[in-house]
Design a protein around this ligand. Structure first.
Ligand SMILES: Nc1ncnc2c1ncn2[C@@H]1O[C@H](COP(=O)(O)OP(=O)(O)OP(=O)(O)O)[C@@H](O)[C@H]1O
Length: 373
């Protein structure tokens, strides 16, 4: 087990900068997800950690050792890919033993390590099967087992669940959380699926356009997005980032956007807030439908089963709300509505960084889960 540190890491492919100014300190035993949209540099970052790509700037450290220039086989890491890459002619046991055989580890120890990993992953009954006789989830477990037998300092996982169907993904998510709990190994997990990142990680590194946007617990990232990118990327349905103007009002700040205005409670914004243009965003759960002083016109109702997502115009803003799945609301209806002014996220209009003081949020956060740490 080891900590992993990226220090000002850059990766350029010719003129194309894939990763830039990347600083990250992953603590020993953490489960960290690299999360971001397609092309943001997640896989390149993981491949640099694995030694499959060389950084064009900065240093990467695993434990005490700077690994720039160290070949993959000597980094003491194990990688699990999206494609399980099992050898079809070998049994499960032979597949799992293969990395040990390549390292010259003798038979009694090989067998022992394979049996231990098989026990951990509940693969004991499948050891003599060939990969084609296994389900997708079982194949994924063998790929994990093959990584596990190497007893690496760090596990690297690149979208390992993306070939599985929704039900199996949910099962494997739970299995990976359990596995991490049992072996306590440092894990770095690449995904563009925020549900995976939110449920499994101790901390999430949100990336966009090759740069780190925020590195924090899932709860922190959801409740205190550091900038407009994280605010709009995290959350399903997502928050729209709206344009408004901040003015000083008696007792605090007021935010206006066309016909919409809201008085922000005292202490809601940090000392960085200045009168003038801002961006702001409101989570769907902070919009109430069916009661309140505002009027909203329903544009669309999207049933998802236990709840429905309502897209509506409220004082000229397009907002999204969640309502119970048995709602009778339909497009064209006019309803009473309210928003939680104490939950409005406010950002600098130009730079996009968060302007909330989060003093009011701190109490709620103290009782919320701070990720899996
Ligand atoms: N070998 C390469 N040569 C040139 N450009 C590359 C190379 N590998 C990656 N890139 C570019 O670097 C950027 C980051 O790619 P990367 O694969 O790291 O993104 P990603 O976040 O993992 O995306 P995805 O989720 O689609 O896999 C992309 O614009 C990609 O086209």
């Amino acid at each position: 087990m080891a900590e992993v540190v990226f220090d000002k890491v850059q990766k350029a492919f010719g003129a194309m900068i894939a990763v830039e100014g990347f600083d990250l300190k992953i603590e020993d035993g953490e489960f960290v997800s690299l999360l971001g949209p397609s092309g943001c540099g997640k896989t390149t970052t993981l491949r640099m950690l694995a030694g499959l790509e060389q950084p064009t700037g900065g240093t990467i450290r695993i434990g005490e050792r700077v690994v720039n220039g160290v070949p993959p086989a000597r980094r003491d890491i194990a990688m699990v890919f999206q494609s399980y890459a099992l050898y079809p002619h070998m049994t499960v046991a032979q597949n799992m033993a293969y990395p040990l055989k390549k390292r010259g580890i003798g038979e009694p120890e090989r067998g022992e390590r394979v049996r231990a990993a098989a026990r951990l992953l509940e693969l004991e009954a499948l050891l003599e099967r060939k990969p084609k006789q296994l389900s997708g989830g079982q194949q994924q477990r063998v790929a994990l087992g093959r990584a596990l037998v190497r007893e690496p300092q760090v596990f690297l996982l690149d979208e390992p669940l993306s070939n599985l169907d929704a039900k199996l993904r949910a099962t494997m998510r739970a299995e990976l959380i359990e596995l991490h709990g049992r072996i306590g190994c440092t894990m770095v997990y690449v995904t563009h699926d925020q549900l995976e990142a939110m449920t499994m990680s101790t901390r999430i590194a949100v990336m966009n356009k090759g740069a780190l946007q925020q590195f924090a617990t899932p709860s922190e990232i959801y409740h205190r997005p550091a900038n407009t990118f994280v605010a709009s990327f995290i959350g399903t349905p997502s928050m729209a980032v709206l344009e408004g103007t901040l003015t000083q009002a008696a007792g605090g700040w007021r935010i206006d956007s066309g016909a919409f205005s809201a008085d922000l409670p005292e202490g809601h914004l940090s000392d960085d807030a200045k009168a003038g243009p801002v961006s702001f965003a409101i989570r769907p759960e902070d919009v109430s439908v069916g009661q309140g002083p505002r009027r909203a016109k329903v544009r669309l109702v999207e049933p998802t089963g236990h709840e429905s997502i309502v897209i509506m115009d409220l004082d000229g803003l397009s907002l999204t709300a969640r309502v119970p799945g048995d709602t009778q609301l339909k497009s064209g209806d006019t309803v009473d509505a309210s928003i939680r002014a104490d939950r409005i996220h406010v950002f600098d209009a130009a730079a996009g960084h968060r302007l909330n003081s989060d003093r009011l949020r701190a109490d709620a956060m103290a009782t919320a889960s701070g990720g899996r740490r």
